[in-house]
Design a protein around this ligand. Sequence first.
Ligand code: FAD
Length: 428
Amino acid sequence: MKKCLVIGGGIAGLTSAVYLLKAGFKVELLESSPKLGGRAYSFQDLSTGTVIDNGQHILMGCYKETLKFLKIINAEDNLHIQKRLSVNFLAPKQKLYKLKSFPLFYPLNLVAGLLNYKALNFNERIRLLLLLSRLPFYSGDKLESLSIYEWLEMENQSMQVRKAFWEIIAVGAMNTNIEKASAKVFVNLIKRMFLNGNFSTKIILPAYGLTETYCNHAEKFIEDHCGIINLQEGIQSVNINNNKICEVITTKKSITEFDYLISSVPQYALKKIFPEENFSKTDFAYSSILSVHLWLKENVLDKTFYGLIDSHVHWIFNHGSHLTIVISDADKYIDESKENILSIILSELEKYTNIKREMVESFKIIKEKRATFVASKETQHSRPCTKTNISNFFLAGDWIDTGLPSTIESAVLSGRLAAEAVIAADKK
Ligand SMILES: Cc1cc2nc3c(=O)[nH]c(=O)nc-3n(C[C@H](O)[C@H](O)[C@H](O)COP(=O)(O)OP(=O)(O)OC[C@H]3O[C@@H](n4cnc5c(N)ncnc54)[C@H](O)[C@@H]3O)c2cc1C
């Protein structure tokens, strides 16, 4: 039986491990931190006893790879899947606008929903619909050199359509401002969301903390299939001989008994293991996300989540016991003190909701500095593919050339592709 080492226990590494075990390989996964999940995990907040995520993760019906993976590890029931697309948008003075697809056949349900989205005037809704109807005819080449901002300019989308529709989706999905983010990657994503049938448009939220939702299930699958998971064991370096990795040096041991190696670590971590190799042309930039978990004396919100129009706070998620407030593309706030961040958030919440400062009982701020890589026009040319020049070494991770932004779906897709590349190499 052939053996593959997998570096990294984030969702990409877990996916590779699961697909390889399914195909009959021996797998040893090495993770430098004490936990699985990488950038998507949960833990118990000690002061309140609540299980919280390191950051709210939103999935969509178009996350086909992720849903398939969750099914394999028996975790598909750990999700709240909307019956149909429904998003509540808040504007200042507590104005609520609904974007909700109608109980009609696809795509009429979506068209009716957009025509009824009252944050836009009628002309703006028509212009938005016309742009969506042109999406099937867009080729990647046309968008190659454009940012999302330039694309929306080219498509005559008014300021209000940008603020009340495009920016909210784009900043949420790309975690990068629209001036920097690649139009090609974004259009690829919205095609998957809106042009792939009704299910693809639905928003899906994890029903439990992320660790319970998928990490524990992936761990069980791996252990049930005799895979090995070693936590707190980082890879420090490798030795290459005859264009093949022959030795892996971890913080605990040297490993020579293996046939293949998959790395699922982010680009900056890969460079430390392979200081001599250049797997991508440029160094990736990263963008941060701020999550503020708020416990209130009473919960005054009645919807599950809200998008905020024209605000530097992007989303509010209502978990019943507490709220999670998300600022994406948060580099300008990340070094602020926790008190300042809370103050910025609360003054925004006071504008958009009936939440008042004096209602706050407790809060926890989580700063993820390198939450996602910046999927800019430039980055797109630097994303490497799964296969490398080293014959037994393959790449996974959300930053590999999947055509998707830095998301769970990209990570899962990359993990499956790396496993399949190992399986194919082994058949040669
Ligand atoms: C706050 C936040 C919110 C997000 N929201 C969303 C969202 O709503 N929807 C969405 O789709 N995506 C979201 N994302 C992005 C998503 O979490 C990531 O794209 C995905 O988790 C990346 O997975 P990965 O396996 O590629 O990388 P990682 O999760 O970074 O995993 C890499 C793993 O490798 C380990 N490692 C590093 N170096 C070594 C080494 N030398 N040896 C061994 N192990 C090593 C790391 O410890 C880590 O566990 C969000 C991210 C954050 C941080």
